[in-house]
Design a protein around this ligand. Structure first.
Ligand code: SF4
Length: 189
């Protein structure tokens, strides 16, 4: 288990340096719309938990965004429960585990959903633009798009990791939290 902790104020910086594209995308959309639908709240919320965001910080994080859209009263009434639930503080008190790439790739996001895997669920143009914003272009970008065409989504993500960190990732990416912790290992070394 990852012992590291992340704090509320570091989320945007960490997203830029170390979040995989699926999670960057959801943070962008959350900041933009002050809302994420259920599938996004689960995928992103459990990722943040796995990355070491404590429950108190998670509640503050989601409240700060959602209250701009639905008001803090409605947030506390309708949404806070499910966040505590994700941390095993409500209901069956199951400690929910962050989703693997395999699970995320096999999701079927509908209109207005922002969860899922961008390599699998974005159109080509959107994906190219998103990768450009991560600083990936030229030959590296074409290689990634080639993996996507062949439906090797995790390999595409692995190549993105390599292109943005300048190191090889021999184990390959199979979990968003693995992407995050391997990135942090490199950046903190
Ligand atoms: Fe996220 Fe995994 Fe897709 Fe990478 S391959 S974007 S970590 S779901």
């Amino acid at each position: 288990k990852d012992a590291a902790e992340i704090s509320l104020k570091d989320i945007d910086q960490l997203a830029k340096s170390s979040f995989p594209l699926c999670m960057r995308h959801m943070l962008d959309k959350l900041r933009e719309n002050h809302h994420l639908k259920h599938g996004g709240r689960m995928q992103f919320g459990l990722f943040l938990k796995g990355a070491g965001l404590k429950l108190e910080d998670a509640l503050a994080f989601w409240r700060a965004e959602f209250s701009q859209k639905v008001g803090s009263e409605r947030f506390d009434k309708e949404y806070a429960y499910s966040i505590r639930h994700n941390y095993g503080k409500e209901g069956k008190r199951t400690d929910y585990t962050p989703y693997s790439c395999q699970k995320i790739i096999s999701a079927t996001p509908g209109v207005g959903d922002h969860h899922g895997c961008p390599y699998r669920h974005f159109g080509e143009e959107n994906l190219r633009a998103a990768l450009n914003r991560m600083g990936v272009s030229g030959h590296a970008l074409e290689e990634i798009m080639d993996k996507v065409k062949n439906r090797h989504y995790q390999l595409a993500c692995t190549l993105t990791f390599e292109a943005t960190h300048g190191v090889s990732c021999d184990s390959g990416i199979n979990h968003p939290n693995q992407y995050f912790s391997e990135s942090q290992k490199i950046l903190q070394a």
